[in-house]
Write a protein that binds this ligand. Structure first.
Ligand SMILES: C[S@@+](CC[C@H](N)C(=O)[O-])C[C@H]1O[C@@H](n2cnc3c(N)ncnc32)[C@H](O)[C@@H]1O
Length: 280
C-alpha cells in the first residue's frame, strides 16, 4: 500500500464515522505518524507505507474514530500563528478566540507599557499570544484549574514569554489587586442544556470546568464583569468572548457596571456576535 492509498482509506473511514474534515484530519494524523511536514508528505505520497508506520497510523485513526480530538492525539494545535501544547487539562484553543487577541493587539500595539489579565487562561493561548505580540506587556494569567495553569506555563516557556507572565491560581479576578489596561476573558459560556448535547470530542475529552456556565451560559462572565469594576484602569479595555446569542445580555450587564463606558459587540468571521468590548 502507498501513502496515498493509506490516506484515501483513512479519509473514507473517518467520513463514514461522521468526522468533520475527514481528508484534512487523515492527513494531519499521517504526518504525525511519519513525523514529516506537509510538503515532504506530498513529495512521498507514491512511496510504499512501511508495515510499522502503517500500524502506528492505524492506531491513530482508531483513536480519532473513538472521538478523541486530533489536538490531543498529536499533542498540539496552532493558534494565532503559534503552536500550543494541548492536553485534556485545558480547552483546545479555538480559531474564534483569535478575534479577541487581534482586537487587543490592535488597541495596544503603539502603547509603551501594558498591564494585562487573561482570566480563564486554560492552555495560555491568549496570555502567550499577547505576550508574544506585545513585547511591552506583562500579563497575569489566572485559572481555577492547577492542571490548566501547568499547561499554560509550559506554553509560556516554549514561546520564551513566561518571564512576562504571572501564572495565578484562583477564581476569576479575586486573586488580583490593582488596575489593569486590559482584561481579556474567554471564560466558560455553554448553557447546561447545550453542554449535554455537545459532540463527544468536546464533552468527553475537554474539561467541563472550561465549558459549562450555568443555565444561560452567561453566569461566569456576569460575575467577572462585576469584579472588573475594581480592576479596569481608566481608559482600559475589557474583552470577553461569548456565544452567538449572549451579546445583548452581556452588553446590558456591562452597562450596569460601567455606565460611562463605550460598549459594543464584535462579530466573528461567521458574522456571529462573539466579543464583548468595553472601553472604560
Ligand atoms: C473556555 S476555557 C478558555 C481557555 C483559554 N482562555 C482559551 O481561550 O483557549 C475557560 C477556562 O476558564 C477556566 N475557569 C473556569 N471557571 C473559572 C473561574 N471561576 N476562575 C478562573 N478560571 C476559570 C477553566 O478552567 C478554563 O481553563
Amino acid at each position: 500500500m502507498t501513502l496515498a492509498e493509506a490516506l484515501r482509506e483513512a479519509s473514507t473511514r473517518l467520513l463514514k464515522a461522521g468526522i468533520d474534515d475527514p481528508r484534512l484530519e487523515a492527513e494531519v494524523l499521517l504526518r504525525h505518524a511519519l513525523g514529516v511536514e506537509r510538503q515532504e508528505l506530498f513529495a512521498r505520497l507514491q512511496e510504499p507505507f512501511g508495515l510499522k508506520s502503517q500500524a502506528s497510523y492505524e492506531a491513530l485513526i482508531d483513536r480519532r474514530l473513538a472521538h478523541e480530538p486530533t489536538a490531543h492525539i498529536i499533542g498540539h494545535k496552532e493558534f494565532f500563528g503559534l503552536d500550543f501544547a494541548c492536553s485534556p487539562a485545558a480547552l483546545i484553543p479555538r480559531p474564534e478566540t483569535e478575534l479577541l487577541v487581534e482586537t487587543a493587539i490592535e488597541q495596544f500595539r503603539e502603547r509603551g507599557s501594558v498591564l494585562a489579565i487573561d482570566v480563564g487562561t486554560g492552555s495560555g493561548a491568549i496570555a502567550v499570544s499577547l505576550a508574544k505580540h506585545l513585547p511591552q506587556a506583562r500579563v497575569a494569567a489566572i485559572d481555577i484549574s492547577a492542571a490548566a495553569l501547568a499547561l499554560a506555563r509550559r506554553n509560556g516557556l516554549a514561546h520564551c514569554v513566561a518571564s512576562r507572565i504571572e501564572f495565578v491560581r484562583g477564581s476569576l479576578l479575586e486573586p488580583l489587586s490593582g488596575r489593569f489596561d486590559l482584561i481579556a476573558a474567554n471564560l466558560p459560556y455553554i448553557p447546561s442544556r447545550t453542554y449535554n448535547a455537545l459532540l463527544p470530542e468536546i464533552r468527553e475529552h475537554e474539561p467541563e470546568v472550561a465549558l459549562r456556565a450555568g443555565r444561560r451560559g452567561t453566569a461566569i462572565n456576569e460575575v467577572m464583569l462585576a469584579q472588573a469594576v475594581d480592576h479596569l484602569a481608566p481608559g482600559g479595555l475589557l474583552l470577553a468572548e461569548h456565544a452567538w446569542n449572549q451579546g445583548r445580555r452581556l452588553r446590558e450587564a456591562a452597562a450596569g457596571h460601567f455606565p460611562t463606558a463605550g460598549i459594543e459587540t464584535r462579530r466573528d468571521l461567521a458574522g456571529l456576535e462573539r466579543l464583548l468590548v468595553v472601553r472604560a
